[in-house]
Write a protein that binds this ligand. Structure first.
Ligand code: URA
Length: 307
């Protein structure tokens, strides 16, 4: 634990720069809470260590002993409506209790129950907006649910919102999104002919990759989103989307360009993993591979006659 009182002005500035560079952007509490020490305590002395439920629960009011052990208070959650669709609010199922007070397994079960109960995309969005089981929601500005045509035959799924998407509330509106629009235009598609979503619907802090635990919590919702859109083709942009939805561990460089079957209710959907446009911005030479994959997509779409 860093002793902040021992830092001079330069040291404090260097520490702040370090936090900024590793993506820390949200102040949760005045006193740090050492969760590594807590895990160690749980391992060594399970009976004295707090139960997992307590760790995820909001802090009990007075708990004075060592300052470093006080759980961080949770900031209030901001609920803003998604911008891309209007609908009457749908109440979550009565069994939906705040998952922030649940273990990971209970939160996953709640996510499955909530997602399965959604009969329409609007209802799914409402249920996702009310779902408190995924920590990504705490630091995000708003839910980024989808863009494009809900009746599209082609569904594109990315990783998670960046800063622009978090601000605006629609997926793929930043630089990567502009490149995605150009890629679509190159094969005669645009947002009126595709439906776009993400495997993580809240922006990960500092644009980090969502963790497997976060993705597992969001998975039932995106699976239900696919069922409700029921497209003929899925385009999975980047490793997070491809691995999460195909249950794969292989890297995107191996997965890309190879058609897979995605099992959805009682049918299969053809799924094509592709390189993520954000990666293409950093590695323009890889655009040759992306172009090959786009041509394969175009050929399949034309052959199926779905656009
Ligand atoms: N990258 C993604 O994966 N999704 C977005 O919505 C934006 C950038």
């Amino acid at each position: 634990m860093i002793d902040l009182t021992a830092l001079d002005r330069d040291g404090a500035a260097a520490l702040l720069r370090f936090y900024r560079d590793i993506g820390v952007e949200t102040l949760v509490a005045e006193t740090p809470f050492d969760r590594f020490a807590q895990s160690e305590a749980e391992r060594l002395s399970p009976r004295e260590a707090p139960a997992l439920d307590e760790v995820f629960a909001p802090p009990a009011p007075p708990a004075p002993p060592p300052a470093a052990r006080q759980p961080a208070p949770r900031p209030p959650m901001e609920r803003k409506p998604a911008l891309n669709k209007a609908s009457a609010p749908v109440a979550p199922a009565p069994s939906a209790r705040p998952a922030a007070a649940m273990s990971h397994d209970a939160a996953t079960a709640s996510a499955r129950e909530q997602a399965a109960g959604a009969r329409t995309l609007d209802e799914l969005r409402e249920r996702l907006a009310a779902f408190d089981g995924c920590a990504l929601k705490v630091s995000a500005t708003q839910l980024v649910f989808a863009d494009g045509a809900p009746d599209a035959r082609i569904m594109i799924i990315g990783e998670g919102p960046g800063a622009d998407e978090d601000r605006i509330g629609r997926p793929f509106v930043g630089r990567a999104g502009q490149l995605l629009d150009k890629m679509l235009a190159a094969i005669d598609l645009d947002r009126t002919k595709v439906y776009i979503a993400n495997v993580a619907p809240w922006r990960p802090p500092g644009n980090r990759t969502p963790t497997p635990q976060e993705l597992a919590l969001c998975l039932p919702f995106v699976q239900r989103q696919i069922e409700l859109v029921s497209p003929d083709f899925l385009v999975l942009l980047g490793a997070s989307a491809a691995q999460t939805l195909l249950g794969e561990r292989e890297g995107i460089m191996r997965l890309r360009g190879h058609w897979r079957d995605y099992l959805c209710e009682n049918r299969t959907i053809r799924a094509l993993p592709m390189l993520h446009p954000a990666y293409l911005l950093r590695a323009p030479l890889a655009k040759a591979q992306a172009w090959r994959d786009l041509r394969a997509l175009k050929k399949a779409i034309d052959h199926a006659g779905v656009v």
